[in-house]
Design a protein around this ligand. Structure first.
Ligand code: SAM
Length: 242
């Protein structure tokens, strides 16, 4: 297995500072010009994952207002910005400097139009493996798809070590059907497939969380035609509640 910090990470960083940045900024944006049908479908799926994450967090007994949240691999700020609007104190970090400056730009625009509960997130260019500190809530959406099994599990254990109350993680699920689709995809790589996509089994994600002392308390499954994600909300095993 590839060690963290190996080839995958450097390739991912380079991709999200160049073609990947342009591609995903477009997908996560709101403009429809030059956005194809597949990208629109992925935009819709991702928006549902963000909405499902926000609703899990709102339903949890941990109040969002005033909570410290670490959004690891924040991208353009799709989740960090609505969390900031609810009064959470957010660290928005990403391995890509291009993504972080775009997230910052969007947060500044949101702050202009915002309610008085908006708290400007702290932005940091940083890979999630080197994040430090303690947060009430740690969230990591649609990042693990870029890393193979052992690296992904190591990342989860690290993210869980930063969290005190909740860990929320989304990932593309590995099932026989998706394995099949992926193999077909590898036979016909499109021009935009600059990085590999890794699917993960629920079992692997749960095992990594359990190793770190967390159990999955809530699950979501989001799917559109071209987008698939499992969303796990984990709580500390030891605590009776909260
Ligand atoms: N979480 C965001 C969202 O759901 O809107 C962005 C998802 S995007 C598909 C994946 C993001 O993960 C990119 O912004 C990429 O730069 C970031 N990323 C990839 N590897 C990372 C790492 N090791 N540490 C931090 N961020 C990483």
């Amino acid at each position: 297995a590839e060690a963290a910090g190996g080839g995958d990470k450097e390739a991912v960083r380079a991709y999200f500072n160049s073609t990947g940045f342009e591609r995903w900024r477009k997908i996560y944006g709101s403009a429809t010009d030059g956005v194809n049908r597949v990208q629109l479908d992925i935009r819709e799926g991702h928006a549902r994952t963000v909405a499902a994450t926000l609703s899990m967090l709102r339903d949890s007994p941990v109040p969002l207002a005033g909570a410290t949240v670490c959004d690891a691999g924040c991208g353009t700020g799709s989740l960090a910005i609505p969390l900031a609007s609810q009064g959470a104190s957010v660290l928005a970090s990403d391995i890509s400097a291009a993504m972080v400056s775009e997230a910052q730009r969007q947060a500044e625009a949101a702050a202009m139009a915002a309610s008085d509960t908006f708290r400007m997130p702290r932005f940091e260019v940083r890979d999630l493996e080197s994040l430090e500190g303690k947060y009430d809530i740690v969230v990591c959406l649609d990042v693990l798809i870029h890393y193979p099994r052992e690296e992904a599990k190591q990342m989860i254990r690290h993210l869980a070590s930063l969290a005190e109350k909740r860990v929320l993680i989304s990932f593309a699920p590995r099932t026989l059907y998706f394995d099949f689709l992926k193999r077909v995809g590898e036979l016909f790589p499109g021009p935009s497939k600059a990085t590999r996509a890794y699917l993960h089994s629920e079992r692997d994600i749960e095992d990594a969380l359990r190793d770190a002392g967390w159990r999955v308390a809530n699950r979501g499954f989001i799917s559109t035609q071209f987008y698939f994600a499992k969303l796990f909300e984990a709580v500390p095993i030891a605590a009776a509640s909260q």
